[in-house]
Design a protein around this ligand. Structure first.
Ligand SMILES: NC(=O)c1ccc[n+]([C@@H]2O[C@H](COP(=O)([O-])OP(=O)(O)OC[C@H]3O[C@@H](n4cnc5c(N)ncnc54)[C@H](O)[C@@H]3O)[C@@H](O)[C@H]2O)c1
Length: 303
């Protein structure tokens, strides 16, 4: 695939990482960031990320930080919005992108859970608009969910999937625009039950995490849930479901325990406590453990 011009709006955690993924593959990236400090640091941040991964840092020079949206998307073949998770803000940004980007450009939002149809509602031409849900860190996690709305042209989805494949990503086609798409629906179904187990006094938070990490979590990276169901047999899966599904938590909103934690300022690592308490050393250990694990997988896949 010939090199394309990528426009990104928002250079936070996700925006700068998505820029890195495209720049490494040889594409030029123009990225808008309103925060001047953050804007000034984008290229150095990407260069450092690349060096830490043992890669050539010069790919960072293909990224051009911009202070206006018009400058970042005016020549783009593909635009990805990565501003904070706020429907009104995303709608305003997408309207501005539509006005400034060339008519052929594909337009995508990197929202985590907001339906793409709602974000793209104010656009005049929705046929080139879609979701691309990347995972953090975007340059290390291979999967990107490509979300089609009822208005998105099939050709636009195919073009995005081809582009993502060409830069080494693993895009999947989400055919219906449901909240949370595929990955976050699965992830948060698990988190709801995890919180319910603690709320109901079955075990503490540390035990929930230990059970996941030391049992089925070990298999998850190489054996998906439906492969696993086929491996043990759909008959056994049916028998298990007959007994357990009726007892799983089905609360339609966030659980009271989660609401209590947030109301009392137990916001997780950033406040020193959430479901568990966290010293600075413990927090650093979690970050290092995760980074080392992802880096090992990444190097293994590149070998
Ligand atoms: N953090 C994750 O793990 C993750 C994973 C997948 C998807 N997402 C989604 O990606 C999007 C971005 O998340 P993030 O974690 O990178 O957030 P972030 O807060 O790190 O970055 C957002 C960036 O957007 C900039 N911004 C704010 N207003 C803007 C505007 N009007 N115009 C241009 N830029 C503006 C901010 O200055 C900031 O740099 C959100 O929709 C989020 O839900 C996040």
């Amino acid at each position: 695939m010939t090199h394309q011009h990528i426009g990104i709006v928002g250079a936070g955690l996700m925006g700068h990482g998505i820029a890195q993924a495209f720049a490494v593959a040889g594409h030029r990236v123009d990225i808008q960031e309103p925060d001047p400090d953050r804007r000034a640091k984008i290229v150095d941040l990407v260069r450092r990320n690349l060096q830490e991964l043992g890669l050539d840092g010069t790919a960072a020079d293909r990224i051009r930080p911009c202070d206006t949206l018009e400058d970042a998307v005016g020549h783009a073949d593909v635009v990805i919005e990565a501003v904070p998770e706020d429907l009104g803000l995303k709608q305003r940004i997408l309207v501005a992108i539509e006005a400034a980007a060339p008519p052929h450009a594909l337009l995508a939002s990197n929202t985590s859970v907001i339906p793409i149809t709602r974000i793209m509602e104010p656009l005049r031409d929705k046929s080139r608009a879609m979701g691309t849900h990347w995972w953090n860190p975007p340059y290390q996690i291979p999967l990107v969910e490509v979300i089609q709305t009822a208005d998105t042209d099939d050709a636009a989805i195919t073009a995005m999937i081809d582009l993502l494949t060409s830069i080494g990503k693993m895009p999947v086609h989400v055919r219906k625009d449901v909240p949370g798409f595929i990955g976050n629906r699965l992830q948060h179904a698990l988190w709801r039950e995890a919180i319910a187990l603690v709320q109901n006094g079955v075990c503490d938070a540390e035990t929930v995490d230990a059970v996941v990490k030391a049992s089925f979590g070990r298999r998850l990276a190489v054996l998906g849930p439906l492969e696993n169901a086929d491996l043990v047999g759909t008959d056994l899966t049916l028998a298990v479901h007959e007994h357990v599904l009726q007892d799983l938590d089905r609360t339609p909103g966030p659980l009271p325990l989660l609401r209590e934690l947030v109301a009392s300022g137990r916001l997780g690592m950033k406040s020193g406590a959430g479901f568990r308490t966290w010293t600075e050393a413990q927090q650093a250990e979690v970050h290092t453990r995760l980074a080392t694990h992802l880096q090992r997988l990444d190097s293994h896949e590149r070998e």
